[in-house]
Design a protein around this ligand. Structure first.
Ligand code: SF4
Length: 241
């Protein structure tokens, strides 16, 4: 599958920007993230015929470094009930004892199961971040060798899924930037810890404070500021500052 049509992608970025504005007004990331999740789910149905090896209970990819933008983190945490939140807080603290401060590169040699994984199943499946929604492989054995045994093999992800991930990442980042909010994705465990322990973090972030500043982030990730994607921003809003 080719990358999403530039017109469609620019339109998605504009719609997400409107949702960001609604989220700011309502002091909740939910209007934005409910739309992002439903839009991505609808788009995924169009590529459902692409064969994959992913099944419930297969969780090799849940040992990988995960990165997420602020609204994704807040949205996941907001959907937890009190019991889930208590359990997540404990598990995230334990995970952070292993991963806090570790760079993306350092994590490549560490087996670090996500603290939200329970008996090989995602405990926040309906509300998981974009990168998890689009982590797809055509060969579970390669995933096992690469992610559990560190064989170094590349995960065979169908291009349709990579395109889906990139398009939503770029549209979301551009929309956040346009609204004056921090757009960067940061390391999942430490972001979760902050969101779980600071009841004001979501409101502060929506007011323009980059509450996750300083947390680890990958050096090489898809971002709307890359020249290829910056053109989409210009297409959506007319100019890039
Ligand atoms: S949030 Fe869920 S899908 Fe993503 S890594 Fe954690 S357990 Fe896996």
């Amino acid at each position: 599958m080719r990358e999403r049509d530039p017109d469609d992608l620019a339109a998605l970025m504009r719609v997400l920007h409107q949702r960001v504005q609604t989220s700011i007004e309502r002091r909740s990331v939910s209007p934005l993230m409910e739309f992002v999740c439903s839009n991505l789910t609808a788009a995924a149905k169009h590529i459902a015929s692409v064969p994959t090896a992913c099944l419930r209970g297969c969780s090799h990819c849940c040992t990988l470094w995960v990165e997420a933008s602020a609204p994704e983190v807040f949205f996941t945490v907001k959907q937890m009930d009190a019991s889930q939140r208590a359990s997540a807080t404990k598990a995230v603290e334990a995970a952070c004892r292993q991963t806090a401060g570790a760079s993306f590169e350092a994590r490549a040699d560490m087996l670090t199961p996500c603290p939200l994984l329970r008996e090989n199943v995602c405990s926040v499946y309906a509300d998981r971040p974009l990168v998890c929604r689009t982590a797809v492989s055509t060969d579970a054995e390669i995933c096992r060798r690469s992610l559990i045994l560190f064989s170094g093999e590349e995960i065979p992800t169908p291009s349709a899924w990579t395109a889906l991930r990139n398009s939503h990442r770029v549209a979301l980042e551009g929309a956040l930037f346009r609204a004056g909010l921090a757009h960067q994705s940061r390391e999942w465990n430490e972001s979760l810890r902050l969101a779980l322990n600071d009841d004001h973090a979501e409101a502060n972030w929506l007011a323009g404070t980059d509450v996750f500043a300083g947390l680890p982030m990958p050096q090489d990730t898809v971002t709307f500021t890359h020249p290829q994607w910056r053109a989409v921003y210009v297409h959506a809003f007319g100019s890039f500052p």
